[in-house]
Ligand binder design. Structure first.
Ligand code: S3P
Length: 178
């Protein structure tokens, strides 16, 4: 039986907002992986990318995934690139049901437009193109590892949480008593 929930998906699909709301609803602990990476590095994600590069960021991501994938009653919001290293997925899968949140590229663009410096991979003049390029590589990976998939494009946070909970109740490797 799985005792944790990991939220995966592209930047801007709502992993943090949904994760927080889900944690509140279930009275579980919410863990934001990006925040733990920043704490570990002693700098922001943007600074890590700028000063140390993406590979250094991915190494920190692997370390933090190892730390958070144990324990129980945890809602883990993963960074969008978590699927790029299979070891992360192997570790998460030990105890977590993997919930894949999706949104259309247009919706993603809208949601990330105001995030400023926060998302270094999208600090590029043609964000739409970048989103499409990254999605082309990542979509098959997200699809492959997901236990449950929810399209958030037309839903608010509460509706996504409702849908996640109803799908979790039907999931054979998860016992949601609430
Ligand atoms: C990344 C997504 C970000 C953050 C970093 C890299 C990615 O997290 O981990 O900027 O590779 O998609 P969010 O998905 O929470 O924005």
């Amino acid at each position: 039986m799985k005792t944790n929930i990991a939220l995966i998906g592209f930047m801007g699909v709502g992993k943090t907002a949904v994760g927080k709301a889900l944690a509140e609803r279930l009275n579980w602990k919410f863990i934001e992986m990006d925040l733990l990476i920043e704490r570990k590095a002693g700098k922001t994600i943007a600074e890590i990318f700028r000063q140390d590069g993406e590979i250094a960021f991915r190494e920190l991501e692997i370390d933090v995934t190892k730390e958070v994938s144990q324990g129980d009653n945890r809602i883990i919001a993963c960074g969008g690139g978590i699927v790029l290293n299979q070891i992360n997925i192997d570790r998460l899968k030990q105890k977590s049901v993997i919930i894949y949140l999706t949104a259309s590229p247009i919706v993603i663009l809208k949601r990330i437009q105001n995030s400023g410096d926060e998302r270094p991979l999208l600090k590029t003049p043609d964000k739409t193109l970048k989103i499409r390029e990254l999605l082309k590589i990542r979509k098959p990976l997200y699809e492959q590892v997901a236990d449950i998939k929810v399209d958030t494009s037309r839903l608010n946070t509460d509706s996504v949480v409702g849908e996640v909970i109803s799908k979790l109740k039907e999931h054979e490797s998860f016992n949601l008593s609430k």
